[in-house]
Design a protein around this ligand. Structure first.
Ligand code: UDP
Ligand code: MG
Length: 316
């Protein structure tokens, strides 16, 4: 099978028939062998009924239906597990992404040799409250991830070589950073394609402004994992050592001042009113905590199934 289209959806009953017909049209026009996998993320509207009806008319339509709303990332993750096509294409269900992009995305993966191609909604039809923070978000993501050529990390329309999606795990809200996840997993050929974007026709957006706060926190997590994921002591040990050095210097200062004050009749030094005394205390306690965090981190890493996961490019 050439293509799997994975579509996460949450309360999108109005869009589904139109979207499905459009995908079928594009697939038939290009003679692709394909499957469509709807992942119904606990919709409370009639989405599931609509999907059942659509599937009755086309055996290539499959569905996974969550018992409750878990989020877009879990939906993608389950869809990826089920996908069998050589190229896996993800797409939002709200008709903002155009199925007409599928043939070119497929070609970029199979012929240009990309592992992942991300859509770029160069001209967006979203409110300003969303497009401006998004620019900032993407600039930060580019810097932190080191993937310099992507303008639009969070575009729902993306294409992958099957291998890629079988080697990454999308959880929490990490769907915003799939290119970064792929890069960390060892897939470096990440490309971009300008795609058409449309205003939402039916229903409403499922993400509020909290997406930006959560987005930054997730980016911090991913950065930490990619840098220190299997060697947490390298970060915490460094911070702990720095604290100990600061604390040690502060203790020395306290000692010297005390000795000076004992031997001099005019100079009075009281340890408990000195800033250095408090600095020494705070630094020592923080240093110890950094070290303990590092040790606990190392113990956790030792038990993690991820600790020895490498993507091997070639082996003789
Ligand atoms: N979605 C989902 N689970 C959720 C939230 C959203 O499966 O908890 C789906 C949603 O139905 C849509 C896609 O993820 O197909 C993108 O969501 P939306 O269009 O609301 O995001 P936006 O385009 O506003 O960024
Ligand atoms: Mg949308």
């Amino acid at each position: 099978m050439q293509i799997s289209v994975v579509i996460p959806l949450y309360n999108e009953e109005e869009s589904l028939p139109e979207l499905t017909a459009w995908i079928e049209r594009v697939m038939d026009a290009n003679d692709f062998t394909y499957e469509i996998i709807f992942v119904n993320d606990g919709s409370t509207d009639r989405s599931q009924e609509v999907i059942r009806k659509l599937a009755a008319g086309n055996p290539r339509i499959h569905a996974i239906s969550f018992a409750r709303n878990y989020g877009k990332s879990p939906a993608l993750n389950e869809g990826f597990k089920k996908a069998q096509g050589d190229v896996v294409i993800t797409m939002d269900a709200d008709l903002q992404d155009s199925p007409d992009e599928i043939p070119e995305l497929y070609r970029m993966i199979t012929q240009d040799g990309y592992d992942l191609v991300s859509g770029w909604k160069q001209k967006r039809y979203d409110p300003l409250s969303k497009t401006i923070p998004t620019k900032l978000f993407n600039a930060t993501a580019r810097r932190v991830s080191g993937i310099k050529n992507l303008h639009d990390f969070n575009c729902g329309l993306k294409a992958y070589r099957r291998d890629v999606i079988k080697h990454i795990e999308v959880y929490g809200d990490m769907h915003r950073y799939i290119p970064y996840l792929a890069k960390n997993a060892g897939y470096k050929r990440i490309g971009e394609k300008v795609v058409h974007h449309q205003a939402r026709k039916y229903g409403t957006t499922k993400f509020g402004l909290d997406r930006f706060v959560n987005g930054y926190l997730d980016l911090a997590t991913l950065w930490f994992q990619s840098k220190f994921g299997v060697k947490p002591m390298h970060l915490f040990g460094l911070l702990g050592s720095l604290m100990f050095i600061i604390g040690f210097i502060a203790v020395l200062v306290v000692l010297i001042l005390k000795v000076v004050s004992i031997s001099s009749p005019s100079y009075h030094f009281y340890v408990t009113t000195s800033v250095y005394f408090y600095l020494a205390l705070a630094a020592m306690i923080m240093g110890l905590q950094f070290f303990l965090t590092g040790f606990v981190g190392e113990l956790i890493t030792r038990n993690s199934p991820e600790r020895n996961n490498y993507l091997i490019a070639e082996e003789f």
